[in-house]
Design a protein around this ligand. Structure first.
Ligand code: CA
Ligand code: CA
Ligand code: CA
Length: 163
């Protein structure tokens, strides 16, 4: 009985050693996409969210250009939460909205007004860490979403979800 247990332990040690060797042999994994967006999301979404949509000039939620709890139909003016020069700069977005009545998605547009090509960041999507990988749509017409956004409104619907 004792002998059997020793043998079993030796097998277990061998298995663990083999696993460790395999792990060491594996290439180092790249940081996950959106690591900084993810970190900020955890911060702002604590206690159910702080009610803001935030936009950033850089990828992965870096270089914040504005933050809004309400709507802003013109990011290229001198009033509201988004102001010049935040127009046509957004490259990543973070949604920690708590807007009343379940109006937690944010619709963005190419132009002030709002008009033009559009895309939406769902509350459940949390963030879009690189808008270069997304498009704004107007019917069948599509344009790259990077550095195009000029207005936004909170919405219960969501046309052309961004990822
Ligand atoms: Ca940008
Ligand atoms: Ca504005
Ligand atoms: Ca624009």
């Amino acid at each position: 009985m004792h002998k059997f247990r020793v043998a079993l332990t030796a097998t277990a040690v061998t298995a663990v050693t083999a696993t460790a060797a395999t792990l060491l042999a594996m290439p180092a994994q790249a940081a996950p996409a959106g690591a900084n967006c993810d970190r900020l999301y955890q911060q702002y979404a604590a206690n159910g969210g702080d009610g803001y949509i935030r936009a950033y000039d850089g990828v992965d939620c870096t270089q914040q250009i504005g933050a809004a709890q309400g709507d802003d139909d013109n990011w290229n003016d001198a009033s509201g939460p988004f102001r010049s020069p935040s127009n046509d700069k957004a490259t990543s977005l973070l949604n920690t909205g708590t807007y009343s009545g379940g109006v937690n998605n944010v619709q963005f547009w190419e132009n002030a007004g709002p008009t033009g090509h559009t895309g939406c960041l769902r509350r459940g999507e949390l963030y879009a860490d690189d808008l270069r990988d997304n498009v704004l749509a107007f019917g069948a017409s599509k344009i790259n979403a990077n550095n195009k956004i000029s207005s936004h409104r909170w919405s219960s619907g969501c046309t052309n979800p961004l990822t």
